[in-house]
Design a protein. Structure first.
Length: 275
């Protein structure tokens, strides 16, 4: 059955992608209630996929090629990292994917939920009345994600690491100074995590077996070689980012939903207000 796929009007929509970032696809598919949408990016016809069927097609290795085709360089240098799993195909991709999925088991996600609850309870116990929720929540999520991943982080480091995590997300799809700041943030973060990886391998840093940092430090690729320490840092950074939601428009909803699901008493600053 043939269907008419909705499409953007105009010659090119690259600037809209840079401007809207993560919302570029949802803004289009949700408007038309259709999981496929056509647009033009960098002068090329581009299909936007959404929904369960779109995800299934996207991850079909018989139809999709990642290497050299999937991501522009400015995205690799900020959001994902160069030569990361998102750029791999075939056996190398399948082998790396098994590593990621082994760290995303139901037990691991339950542990992440427990750590998240603990850090929120620690924060609310301090009794602060006036806060900037996005800033405080971002720091809490950094502490949470690092603990879950087994990555040691000093309290005095939390603000700087949090800013860098946010910059990598917020600056990847824009031009100018913010994009440069995003690239510098990724460089700082990768160097920091790489030093930790090297310390784990040298026995200078003891970490728990089964944590993300342990598995990334000891992982061998499909050719039975240890990952390059920078590559291990890139992939571990991706896992930490997955463990900490970063978009401000979704953050408050996620926090409220977490307290609802865990049936804990919501602190005053998370209670819904009546209009």
């Amino acid at each position: 059955m043939r269907v008419n796929v909705p499409k953007d009007k105009g010659l090119d929509h690259s600037l809209a992608l840079w401007r809207e970032g993560y919302e570029f696809i949802p803004n289009r598919v949700q408007k038309h209630h259709f999981d496929v949408y056509e647009t033009k990016v960098l002068g090329e016809r581009t299909a936007l996929l959404s929904g369960e069927a779109g995800a299934r097609l996207f991850y079909n290795t018989n139809r999709m090629q990642r290497s050299g085709a999937l991501l522009p360089n400015f995205v690799l240098k900020t959001l994902f990292g160069e030569n990361a799993i998102q750029t791999m195909d075939d056996t190398a991709h399948e082998h790396r994917k098994l590593l990621f999925m082994s760290l995303m088991t139901a037990e691991a996600l339950e542990r992440l939920s427990e750590i998240t609850t603990k850090h929120w309870e620690d924060f609310t116990a301090k009794g602060k009345k006036d806060i900037v929720l996005y800033e405080e929540a971002s720091k809490i999520l950094t502490r949470t994600a690092c603990e879950w991943a087994g990555v040691p982080i000093l309290e005095k480091e939390v603000p700087m690491r949090t800013r860098d995590f946010l910059l990598m997300i917020d600056g990847f799809g824009v031009l100018g100074l913010k994009h440069l700041e995003s690239r510098r943030a990724r460089s700082r973060t990768e160097k920091w995590i790489e030093r930790l990886i090297l310390d784990v391998r040298a026995g200078k840093l003891q970490v728990e077996k089964g944590t993300a940092i342990y598995e990334m430090s000891s992982h061998r690729d499909h050719q039975n070689k240890l990952l390059n320490p920078r590559m291990a840092a890139i992939e571990l950074n991706s896992l930490i980012q997955c463990a900490r939601p970063s978009r401000s428009q979704n953050l408050l909803h996620l926090v409220r939903q977490h307290w609802k699901n865990t049936r804990k008493l919501k602190p005053a600053f998370l209670r819904e207000t009546k209009s």
